[in-house]
Ligand binder design. Structure first.
Ligand code: NAD
Ligand code: UD1
Length: 343
């Protein structure tokens, strides 16, 4: 298939490009590199062993996007492009709605112009909010607590209405849990700008000497060891879920939603211990206050994805930790030549 990938230079997009190309799909990437380096795409080309086209463009530029889409004539679009920092979303709500909701509307217009009626969308478990029950299934009430979460929920609603209105179109919404790890080659991985906000990238920078110690944000949660529990998923498994979703979009119509996780929860302390095992030494940590807005435990029920998409996660915790350390130790400054903000 011919797949237009927005945000393809980002963390999840780059891993998905590798899986798509390994299965023989033709891809075209649109990214404005607001949160990624063009170097990523060079590395994906190396890993894939064949070229693909890429465009520096903003998804909100409907005219530019429409021209790219008409020329490429995609069978389907995977829409990763978006802003994802929860804290920042509260400070810059208009930018977040503009990119995450406005960007999605702009993309749908461009797809209409190119006669493309299939889209896979990156949503997040954060749309569920505080759990009414666990694990979350796709019918769990939706009550996001951040601006970021609300932009994702709105984009989901836009896609559902779009798919309902136009016969034969399909929108597959994937609600990711916590993606971690990196490609086995160590050539691509997560490379956050500035101080990492998420647990595993922060821990990786402690191991590489850029940060002094992990701060465990709360050890008084109602969980077995008091630290927050999440459903971490290996990014390569997540990438494979997009391949499965494309196959599904080719044979279905309307909007469908799938949780993408492992179904297994691990605490912050368990993640810390697993990463120390991968690195081969103890990494310092301190206990700090809870982070505002954090939830004690999040876990996915992924039975729908297994049943309908025929997809399930294959990689366990040690693969997640080892692949992350492989990436971080080979690229201590990420895609840059050197770390700009050492601890
Ligand atoms: P990322 O920031 O690494 O990738 C997003 C890419 O989109 C970047 O390359 C960025 O430059 C690009 N982009 C942003 N705004 C753009 C615009 N206006 N026009 C064109 N390109 C633009 O993030 P990621 O972790 O790979 O996440 C991909 C998607 O998955 C996002 O939509 C994110 O909200 C969603 N998601 C991520 C997570 C996670 O933990 N990483 C969890 C749930 C959902
Ligand atoms: C965060 C986002 C969420 C997004 C998800 C994707 C917030 C509030 N939520 O969720 O919207 O969908 O990433 O991966 O940012 N922790 C520490 N020390 C740290 C960082 C985190 O102890 O330095 C703890 C957290 O309290 C949490 C766990 O580690 O219990 C995981 O945190 P994180 O990686 O930020 O992910 P989420 O909070 O699940």
């Amino acid at each position: 298939m011919r797949i237009l990938v927005t945000g393809g230079a980002g963390y999840i997009g780059s891993h998905t490009l590798v899986e798509l190309m390994a299965r023989g799909h033709e891809v075209s990437v649109v990214d404005n590199h607001v949160n990624s380096s063009p170097v990523v795409l060079e590395r994906v080309r190396e890993l894939a062993g064949r070229p693909f086209e890429s465009h520096v463009a903003d998804v909100r530029d409907t005219g530019g996007l429409a021209a790219i889409a008409r020329a490429f004539a995609p069978d389907a679009v995977i829409h990763f492009a978006g802003l994802k920092a929860v804290g920042e979303s509260g400070e810059r709500p208009v930018d977040y709605y503009d990119v995450n909701v406005g960007g999605t509307l702009s993309l749908l217009r461009a797809m209409e112009g190119a006669g493309c009626g299939r889209i896979i969308f990156s949503s997040s478990a954060t749309v569920y909010g505080e759990p009414v029950y666990l694990p979350y299934d796709e019918d769990h009430p939706l009550a996001p607590v951040s601006v970021y979460g609300r932009t994702k929920l709105m984009a989901e609603q836009v896609l559902a209405d779009w798919a309902r209105a136009a016969p034969g179109t399909a929108a597959i919404v994937l609600r990711y849990f916590n993606p971690v790890g990196a490609h086995a080659s160590g050539r691509i991985g997560e490379d956050p700008d500035g101080v990492p906000q998420n647990l595993m990238p922060y821990l990786a920078q402690v191991a590489s000497g850029r940060r002094a110690a992990l701060r465990i944000l709360g050890d008084d949660y109602p969980t077995p060891d008091g630290t927050g529990v999440r459903d971490y998923i290996h990014v390569v498994d997540l990438a494979r879920a997009h391949v499965a979703a494309l196959d599904r979009a080719a044979v279905t119509a309307g909007a469908e939603v799938y949780n993408i996780g492992t179904g297994q929860g691990y605490s912050v302390k368990e993640m810390h211990a697993a990463f120390c095992r991968a690195v081969g030494r103890d990494l310092p940590f301190e206990i700090a206050p809870r982070r505002a807005g954090d939830i004690a435990e999040m876990r996915a029920d992924c039975t729908r994805a297994a049943r309908v998409l025929g997809w399930q996660a294959r990689h366990g915790l040690s693969d997640m930790a080892q692949s992350l350390w492989n990436w971080q130790s080979r690229n201590p400054a990420g895609y840059r030549d050197r770390a700009e903000d050492p601890a």
